[in-house]
Design a protein around this ligand. Structure first.
Ligand code: ZN
Length: 262
């Protein structure tokens, strides 16, 4: 098996003290290189690409984060796992045979190397659809891989992350607005996953907004998930206080401000 070494530069990383399982992901991008993912993850404020390997559609395997390092790919499970990402968007695409074969070989090799048998899908450990319903999990994971249909369990926030941000990320994933890592850390993926809330929005994301505004001293009243008169007044007051257009609509600029990104 040929692993293509890459010359990526990383921020500081810590050494993984145990290797108990392998976690499989898709890139949620039809075409991407290891350099692309490295750049995206650096933009999240991470040390660099969060996965240890990228398996491309043509069956080539690239090294990502050094194998000895703690990854950044599955919140709550990074300390004892190796993360493998597959180029592609496997909610809709069908995996090419070359990629499937390479992934299978890499997984088998790592199992042997570390004397482990446990392989899980990202969705088994976090509230996400990753690596997608069309990902050929059992073919790649081999024997002792977890069932591909395990119900996602809500992820626990990391010590570093913010619990409210984690719940917002999980809710945006659950509603299909994003497939992001639930880590409580804000970045472009979190912002991109937040839907615009109109003046009469309703639901769990509206409730999370109310909770945040209340905590920041902009009184929405009861957190009921209903964007009514009081919530509208609180949103506009927040927008005015932060130099935003006070239109009562929570779009990209207001979310960005609430997430501390601008
Ligand atoms: Zn994933």
């Amino acid at each position: 098996m040929n692993i293509k070494e890459t010359n990526l530069s990383f921020g500081s990383m810590s050494r993984r003290s145990a290797t108990k399982l392998i976690i499989l992901h898709h890139a949620e991008a039809s075409n991407c290189t290891v350099q692309d993912i490295h750049r995206w993850h650096k933009n999240n404020g991470w040390a660099g690409i969060g996965y240890h390997f990228l398996v491309r559609k043509d069956g080539s395997i690239y090294r990502g984060r050094p194998e000895w390092a703690v990854g950044a790919h599955a919140s709550g499970s990074n300390s004892d796992s190796i993360g493998i990402c597959f180029e592609g968007a496997y909610m809709t695409e069908t995996m090419p045979a070359a990629q499937k074969a390479a992934g299978k070989e890499l997984v088998a090799e790592l199992k042997k190397k570390y004397g482990i048998s446990k392989v899980q899908a990202h969705r088994d450990v976090c509230a996400t659809s990753c690596p997608g319903t069309k990902f050929p999990f059992s073919d790649i994971a081999g024997a002792a891989g977890s069932a591909a249909t395990t119900t996602p369990t809500p992820a626990k926030p990391t010590e570093k992350g913010d619990a409210w941000v984690s719940r917002l990320q999980a809710e945006c994933n659950a509603q299909g607005f994003s497939y992001q890592t639930v880590d409580g850390l804000t970045g472009p993926n979190t912002l991109a996953g937040c839907p615009q809330l109109g003046r009469t929005s309703r639901g769990n994301i509206t409730a999370l907004l109310q909770e945040r505004l209340n905590a920041l001293g902009y009184n929405c009243g009861v957190v009921d998930g209903i964007n009514g008169t009081k919530t509208q007044a609180a949103i506009k007051a927040y927008q005015r206080a932060h130099g935003l257009v006070a239109d009562g609509i929570v779009g990209v600029k207001t979310w960005s401000n609430l997430l501390g990104l601008s």
